[in-house]
Design a protein around this ligand. Structure first.
Ligand code: NAD
Length: 480
């Protein structure tokens, strides 16, 4: 059985403990590889190697850093098939989705930051009396990057690429549930000529490896993507150490559909925004609010289209939905469906686990689920489920739906469907969310700042914003 290894000081090595954890394939429900059960000792080794590499990497000309990052992006694309299969085996997502979205986007992240760093400029302000103020932007040192399982390489590279481009060294931890593509990335980095110690990848559990990274005294900057509770734990450790923190956390995103929308486009996109990646994208719209005049029509068409989604073998090209990421997560999502029933919800589609054992698939499948009849403020409509489960409800007034939309502790993303330009702008202005999509979903220029408000996080990733985050400003004031 394949053993994943840590990537420390440019080498692939075993964890200090010599212990390993099982890595499950969600579609089959069986173990397919072993992952290092690393701990603080491995993080210490990684931090030492990163700090040894920092002086040289931070002084490496931008063009050279850029060329290495660009080469990594090329190698990711050259290894697209292998990486997509690895992501699917780790995560349960359709291989076709990983091939189309996850892996190209991971390559794009490296490509984007390889060029962004060349164009990144700092500011200068002149004052009367012969005074110039200018801001130097210096790499900080070692960045700790911790990422989740839902878009494994995509989100991992979204942190690592800007941190490295800005001249930092990195100690990174992928999710223990989806470690394989990060392992393949370490091989790619070796091949691309990334100097030893510049990027270190330590595999293992959150409370061991993640917490050793967040509490390490020589890792002054933490970029985390994951659950809101974990973000809170990390903030409690990192804040008193005055670490620079970026937290990209959970969501409970509204999808608001007005009667004047482009109906076909809305319906097609709403299927995707509800169930893509088994609903396990932080940006999925899990609360669907529909203006009353089209509510019954939407309900009928949406249920019909959802029932047509093919749930099955992630390796088959015809599969729309694969398996949920783990047994624990499967149970959690099912428990929310049970909760919804006790709260008065009516299941319009799905609601049940899917037994595909006759196809040799003994993993964690779930029918895409639509629930109606729940009040906006019940737990099902307030807590993040993070699975193929959406609620639908009608509304009459703009103010009413704004109140529903803004009623949760979260504020990550939102979608609005309307042809009324003024209303679109009005709603965008009033919604509490870091991202507002109007008549589209998941479309994004990587130059824009990305992140949530309220309990969906603090700090912004993306564009030059991330390069600003991964550097520290030093203001110099000179009078001549
Ligand atoms: P999680 O919080 O359980 O784990 C995320 C990472 O943190 C993993 O690598 C995990 O090992 C690590 N971790 C766990 N405990 C830790 C600790 N005490 N200290 C340090 N690290 C620790 O999240 P998950 O279940 O992997 O991912 C799903 C969550 O991520 C959802 O809430 C989803 O909304 C969120 N998410 C947010 C975004 C965003 O951009 N805002 C993107 C994707 C996912």
């Amino acid at each position: 059985m394949e053993k994943i290894l840590n990537y420390i000081d440019g080498k692939l090595i075993e964890p200090a403990s010599q212990k390993y954890l099982d890595n499950f394939e969600p579609a089959l429900g069986t173990v397919y590889s072993q992952i290092p059960d690393s701990d603080a000792t491995d993080v210490e080794l990684a931090a030492i190697s990163a700090s040894k590499a920092f002086r040289s990497w931070s002084n490496t000309p931008k063009e050279k850093r850029s060329a290495i990052l660009y080469r990594i992006s090329e190698l990711i694309l050259e290894n697209l098939e292998e990486l997509a299969l690895a992501e699917s085996r780790d995560n349960g997502k359709p291989v076709s989705l990983a091939k189309k979205v996850d892996i190209p986007r991971a390559a794009h992240n490296f490509r984007f930051y390889s060029t962004a760093i060349i164009h990144f400029a700092s500011e200068s302000h002149s004052m009367e009396g012969g005074v110039i103020n200018y801001t130097l932007r210096k790499p900080i040192g070692i960045a700790g990057c911790i990422s989740p399982w839902n878009l494994p390489l995509y989100l991992f590279s979204w942190k690592i690429a800007p941190a490295l481009a800005a001249g930092n060294c990195v100690v990174a931890k992928p999710s223990e549930i989806t470690p394989m593509s990060a392992f393949l990335l370490s091989k790619i980095c070796i091949k691309a000529g990334l100097p030893p110690g510049v990027l270190n990848i330590v595999h293992g559990l959150g409370h061991k490896v993640g917490s050793a990274i967040s509490s390490h005294p020589n890792i002054p900057i933490i970029s985390f993507t994951g659950g809101t509770k974990t973000g809170e734990t990390i903030a409690k450790i990192a804040a008193p150490m005055f670490k620079k923190l970026s937290l990209e956390l959970g969501g409970k995103n509204p999808n608001i559909i007005f009667a004047d929308c482009n109906y076909e486009k809305m319906l097609d996109t709403t299927i995707k925004s509800s169930f893509a990646n088994q609903g396990q994208i932080c940006l999925c719209g899990s609360r669907i609010f529909v203006e009353r005049p089209i509510y019954e029509r939407f309900k009928k068409d949406f249920v019909e289209a959802t029932k047509k989604l093919k749930v099955g073998d992630p390796k088959a090209d015809t599969t729309n939905q694969g398996a949920l990421v783990s047994q624990v997560h499967h149970e959690k999502v099912l428990s929310y469906i049970e909760l919804a029933k006790t709260e008065g919800g009516k299941i319009l589609a799905g609601g049940l686990p899917l037994d595909l054992s006759h196809e040799g698939l003994n993993g964690w499948f779930l029918q895409p689920t639509i629930i109606e009849g729940l009040p906006y403020n019940c737990r099902t409509n307030q807590e993040e489920i993070f699975g193929p489960v959406v609620t639908i409800m009608p509304f009459d007034q703009e103010e009413e739906v704004l109140m529903y939309a803004n009623s949760t502790q979260y504020g990550l993303a939102s979608t609005i469907w309307t042809q009324d330009l003024s209303r679109a702008h009005r709603m965008a202005d009033q919604i509490h969310a870091g991202i507002v999509w109007i008549n589209t979903w998941l479309l994004r220029d990587l130059r824009t700042p990305f992140g949530g408000v309220k309990n969906s996080g603090v700090g912004r990733e993306g564009g030059f914003e991330a390069l600003t985050f991964f550097t520290e400003p030093k203001n110099v004031c000179i009078q001549f």
